[in-house]
Design a protein around this ligand. Structure first.
Ligand code: SAH
Length: 208
């Protein structure tokens, strides 16, 4: 998987490559899909949600440019696979998920890998704001669900010099955006590939 889907397509951050070699993906998918865990596609994880394609996970992680010291916010824990990579690559991870069952499963997987630098939050109350105000600001924020626009609540929670990676577009197709907050607090945007994520639900996203 790492050679053919990640390195061959241009991911070159060695820390990301090493982390992807280390974290087993099959434990994050349902048993029925375990044989496909390393294939080149997104897979269902139950509750109408998906674990992202390995290449997209690698690309989004690379765009965060993590060095190991960062505090990272993730919106959309899902299976916890992306969370596990972040936990390997940064100092402290705050990850929010709106579906309780998925968050509980993710917790079990992260514990089994002894990744104890992750705090999970279940955000299952309708209308609860996206983000994690008490723990802000974050050096990096990753949103693993598609948003109609960049939520200002998240750029507000980004530290100066920090990066936010988020798919933005319609509910069926998005473009991956990286927002960089410079030392003066100004936001710069970089566009990258087309992608397809399940919708970000909530006040700053789509309706459930
Ligand atoms: N990174 C995950 C992707 C899971 S899919 C993985 O690879 O497994 C996106 C997840 O975002 C879903 O589990 C969905 O329930 C969650 N989600 C959608 N809107 C959310 C919100 N407002 N807050 C937290 N999680 C949300």
């Amino acid at each position: 998987m790492v050679q053919d889907q990640i390195i061959a397509r241009g991911i070159c951050d060695q820390r990301v490559i090493d982390a992807m070699m280390k974290i087993p993906r099959h434990i994050f998918v349902q048993e029925a899909f375990a044989v496909q865990a390393y294939s080149d596609k997104a897979l269902p994880i139950g509750e109408k949600q998906t674990i992202s394609q390995p290449y997209i996970v690698a690309l989004m992680t690379e765009k965060l440019a993590l060095t190991g010291t960062e505090r990272v916010l993730e919106i959309g824990t899902g299976s916890g696979y992306q969370t596990a990579l972040l936990a390997t690559l940064a100092d402290r991870i705050y990850s929010a998920e709106r579906i309780r069952l998925l968050a509980l499963r993710a917790r079990r997987c992260l514990d089994s890998l002894k990744l104890f630098n992750v705090q999970l939050r279940i955000n299952d109350v309708a209308g609860s704001p996206i983000g994690w105000e008490e723990a802000a600001p974050f050096d990096a924020i990753i949103v693993t669900a598609g948003a109609p626009e960049v939520p200002a609540i998240l750029t507000d929670q980004l530290a100066r010099g920090g990066r936010l990676v988020i798919p933005v577009g319609t509910d069926t197709s998005q473009q991956l955006l990286t927002i960089i907050k410079n030392e003066d607090g100004e936001l710069q945007r970089e566009l990258s590939v087309e992608c397809r994520f399940v919708p970000l639900i909530g006040r700053q996203g789509w309706q459930a």
